[in-house]
Design a protein around this ligand. Structure first.
Ligand code: CTP
Ligand code: MG
Length: 229
């Protein structure tokens, strides 16, 4: 993709963080000196290929989100909107705020505070011929089994074919807009699954072990450690 292409990022941060069990929504718990969301917003804001950032936050947190962006000097993050009931609803709310001249939209989980610049490079640079989306992945080290509702093993999957998926994920803007407009958004846990369902071609690039997702308190401590490395 050439430098002239407009690239926007949507940071989804509208979840409640039930599994973290904090007093605030997960994106606004303290991570170092700032709210968790600040770390990924700063990384995206610093990247020269990114032109603008939309923040999608819980209803009532929009103003705090724009103050946070001001506070950390993230001048590209000027838009904050309320998210929806599911992650996909929040993505749809964010994508609706991206200017129509954007050619590529990155979608990133605020729950992943560490976003190395070279990870963003790989994602934006990964649009090989015909790709509609580019996602960062890591190999899976554990053996993975499919089980039924009673916990009985149905099968052992071939680990060599499996990948763990991270964010940011990048998409051609028109493809993502069409995919999120599709009727049933309730079941997709990432954006790529919406694009796949709509028949789009999604390709993978190497993820980064530092780009962990914060789900529990232990993850927060681990991410603090990784940031210090
Ligand atoms: N997210 C969102 N809107 C929702 C649900 C999730 O914007 N309705 C965002 C979260 O803020 C997070 C990302 O999607 O950045 C990944 O979701 P997850 O890690 O599951 O966060 P939460 O839903 O907040 O956590 P939990 O499932 O423990 O409640
Ligand atoms: Mg969730």
């Amino acid at each position: 993709m050439s430098d002239a292409v407009a690239v926007w990022a949507v940071v989804v941060a509208a979840g409640s963080g039930e599994r973290l069990g904090a007093e605030h929504p997960k994106a606004f718990v303290r991570f170092g000196d700032d709210p968790l969301i600040a770390a990924s917003v700063a990384a995206l804001d610093d990247h020269p290929a990114i032109d603008g950032i939309v923040l999608v936050v819980p209803q009532g947190w929009e103003e705090r989100a724009t103050f946070m962006a001001d506070d950390i000097g993230a001048g590209k993050a000027s838009i904050a909107v309320a998210g929806g009931a599911t992650r996909s609803d929040s993505v749809a709310a964010g994508v609706a705020e991206v200017p129509t001249d954007a050619a590529i939209i990155l979608v990133h989980d605020a729950a992943r505070p560490l976003v190395p610049a070279d990870l963003i490079d790989r994602i934006i640079g990964g649009f090989a011929d015909g790709a509609d989306g580019v996602i960062p992945v890591l190999p899976i080290d554990d053996t993975v089994k499919r089980v039924d509702a009673a916990g009985r093993v149905i099968e052992t999957l071939d680990r060599s074919e499996l990948r763990a998926v991270q964010t940011p994920q990048a998409f051609l803007a028109d493809v993502l807009r069409r995919a999120v407009a599709a009727a049933d958004r309730s079941t997709g846990t990432d954006c790529a699954s919406l694009v796949e369902r709509a028949g789009g071609l999604v390709v993978t690039v190497a993820g980064d072990p530092r780009a962990i997702k914060i789900t529990t308190r232990a993850d927060l401590a681990r991410a603090e450690e990784l940031r210090a490395c």
